[in-house]
Design a protein around this ligand. Sequence first.
Ligand code: GLA
Length: 391
Amino acid sequence: MFERQARFEPQALRSSFRQLYGKEPRLFSAPGRVNLIGEHTDYNEGFVLPMAADRRTYVAAASRDDRCFSVYSFNLEEDGQFELNKKISPPRKRWLAYIEGVARLLVEKGINLKGADIAISSELPMGAGLSSSAALEIAVGFALLKLTETRVDLMQLAQAAQEAEHLFVGTRSGLMDQLTATFAVKNHALLIDCRSLERKATPVNLPAMAVVVCDTRIKHELATSAYNERRHECEQAVEILRKKKPTIRSLRDVSIDDLEQYGGLLPETLQRRVRHVVTENQRTLLASEALPRGDADRLGQLMYESHDSLRNDYEVSCRELDIMVALARQQEGVSGARMMGGGFGGSTVNLVRRDTLEQFARAVSDGYTWATGLVPVVIPVEADEGVCELE
Ligand code: GLA
């Protein structure tokens, strides 16, 4: 019913690396991201409440004397190379673009990176909305910084990874996923203020509940273009609103009162986009109080509201995500469910009583397969720590 996870064996990655490159590696890892609440708020300088998943991307790496990078992915059984001294030569494989992107951005930030031999092995499904891309960028970037024996500025790393997505992959993503992969704290979620970038570790104080990710196994083509379009719509709304209230620098500065007072100046679609962001920020702050208090019902209710807002006002859900949330909502023991991440496919995040987990997985899987013909993947996750080096 659940996706069973083979325990990661660092020794196996170490010995495969030795066979590939004939030298001894150092090992690093970074986690996937599960966002409890606060969706499409990060690039509006708002609040998010993510945690790291206990599914990680592992990187074995050893430095070289030149400025060449040789990379092997065990999951894809593919290799790739690039040289920092040479210009980028497209077309490149997407997974390699993340790696080359982060390496080049670190160099641009003034770090004199050495070349490296790299091997990658990941427990994170790709395209499932767990941000396997941020885990890859952060794990590799951290490894490269450590190998260069430079002081590691973690914020600089997270920002380099985000810029790599913008410049090398073409998604104008916010910083939530990279901040989570970098700074997550075990057994905690992070309340992140995406303006100041301040992070507050918030205990996941819900011993009777499990956080469960349900992967719809679908990714609509629309995802990247619609994501960039939403971001643009938010910028347009700011432009219009600041004519009336010049202190508005981003949607973070818009209150419910502002929306009531000035909302009429916006086209109807933009009104709804703004309403999502403004109310989602509020929900996220409320959730960050409910979580350490152990109030699963309140947190769950906020998650349901978040989903409705993402579906109706922000319009980033899709039929499969709505079905998955509706099915979860019918199950006993479920406090909350909502779509997670950018939208148009990927996963939902659910708050499920641990003693009903088996039953939840069966009912949701069967119902989803019946409605869509697809077999979903149900993944219970625990809050893990951010990027680290393995001993
Ligand atoms: C993607 C982006 C994040 C964030 C979410 C939506 O995961 O990478 O920065 O914007 O979508 O909340």
